[in-house]
Design a protein around this ligand. Sequence first.
Ligand code: GLU
Length: 481
Amino acid sequence: MSVRVRFAPSPTGRLHIGSARTALFNWLFARHEKGAFVLRIEDTDRERSRKEYLDTILSDLVWLGLTWDEGPYYQSLRLSLYQEFARSLLDSGKAYYCYCSPAELTLKKEKAILEKQPVKYDGTCRMLSLKQKSAFESEGRKPVLRFLCPENVKLSVEDAVRGKVDFSSEVLDDFVIVKSDGFPVYNFACVIDDHDLKISHVLRGEEHLSNTPRQLLLYRAFDWIPPIFGHLSIILDENRKKLSKREGSTFLDEFREAGFLPEALLNFLALLGWAPKENKEKLPLEDMIQRFALNGIIKSPAIFDFKKLEWMNSQYIRELTPEQFTEAVIPFLKKAGFLPEKELKEEKNRILPFISLYQERIKKLKDFPEQARFFFLEEIDLDLSVLKKWDKPELIFLFEELLGKIRNSSFRSEDLEKAVREFADLKGIKAGDLIHPLRYFLTGQENSPGIFDVMVSLGKEKAILRIEKGVLTLKRLMNPA
Ligand code: GLU
């Protein structure tokens, strides 16, 4: 049997990180088995489907590198196929038109809840006569098509992830398969498409397990062999709660905008619910493809560890060449307004050595413009409450003397460092006593890459100006006019 899997997003929202994981597992399985990864857009919910959601889903998949071999198939363009199969169920007496209005159905539902009965359609329209039907139609009622659910049916599935799952027939009723606007409901279109597209395995989120019995009933009604189902466990946050917006990012575009590399995100997502045989954390894509197996998918919920994702990202960032790293941070610099388009070409080579100083420091690309803003700003602000730490008059004298040495130095990183350390030795102080304020004068921050490299990147003129300004501000702090 050749493996054919599908990813079937509904364009009713942006791509959720859990759906991205579903796409990845399908993709890895297809690649491992040398099968096909099919993309299907489930856009039959006309009210909630939006073009902009579709666009972000497609561009996110491309960004991740989860390219598809077939499709996208749009369900909204396949209506005649669903109509044809709906008709065949109707003709064989396995489906019927139902004229109950939404208001009537709500009433029935409320009554059932009040009587503590299961909420199920009561079959009112199962046996309508032609006369009753035409009476409803002349009232202007538009029917839905319902599936006639067989009585006392026993359904179970051998789930590739969860093992044998039995479904209670209690929950099943004559469910709607075609809405009154002629559009199929998800369960119906999904079955027709999975069959028509010869899908061998349906790997999808656990939340769809409750749809599976209805889908199985449809397979039976058509006398089709169902695909192998595998329901992937839910992803929880570190507090074992459903991943929610409040806890941070939940949509793929947010991770992209924060500066996670697609390779890192894929590696991290793969381990959310899949345990490769050798307990390895960092797995390049080729390794994942080679090792991916359905029996490695874990049944228990996956825990989304944000810190681990950041760690993973920093590992992948380190592997980039300095040029690749620079290219990767440029969009983030542009977004922060630090790199005007017209200067991009000349600037790129100039700033590359500076950018490289951050390659082992940042966890996400967006950290770069945040941590390195001092480099791009003409002037930086110094916070008096920080400067207060250094309000020692002797420090002013020391810096004034040191400035002379810096002015006269070759302004190479090693020479600057040597000058500062020798100067500290000479004066009997710790080099750190000079380096900490120096860093603050130059960057307005208490953390930065090696300060002598930073000085060189800033350039002699700007660096000296900033030190002078720092010393002056410190002086004023001690002797307010
Ligand atoms: N359209 C469904 C969703 O976005 C997919 C369900 C399925 O994979 O069967 O969740």
